[in-house]
Design a protein around this ligand. Structure first.
Ligand SMILES: [Zn+2]
Length: 71
């Protein structure tokens, strides 16, 4: 589990300077940016908030994301 406190403060690093960059918590294993659709994996309860990582999944639909995330 990722704590609600942490979820509340996390924002998409690619968007946060210009937009809200709010993230949807998806199946407890991904964070999906509402603005750019980058998807950030949560590995061993740690969200990997790297733009390069989010880029890899930008074209993948939420329902097609691997659960759990690879890597
Ligand atoms: Zn974003």
């Amino acid at each position: 589990m990722v704590s609600q406190e942490l979820l509340d403060i996390l924002r998409c690093p690619a968007c946060v300077r210009e937009k809200d960059g709010l993230l949807d918590y998806y199946k407890e294993t991904w964070l999906i940016c509402q603005d750019c659709s980058r998807k950030y994996p949560i590995r061993e309860d740690i969200p990997v908030m790297l733009i390069d990582e989010g880029d890899k999944w930008i074209q993948v639909k939420a329902e097609d994301l691997p659960i759990p995330p690879p890597g």
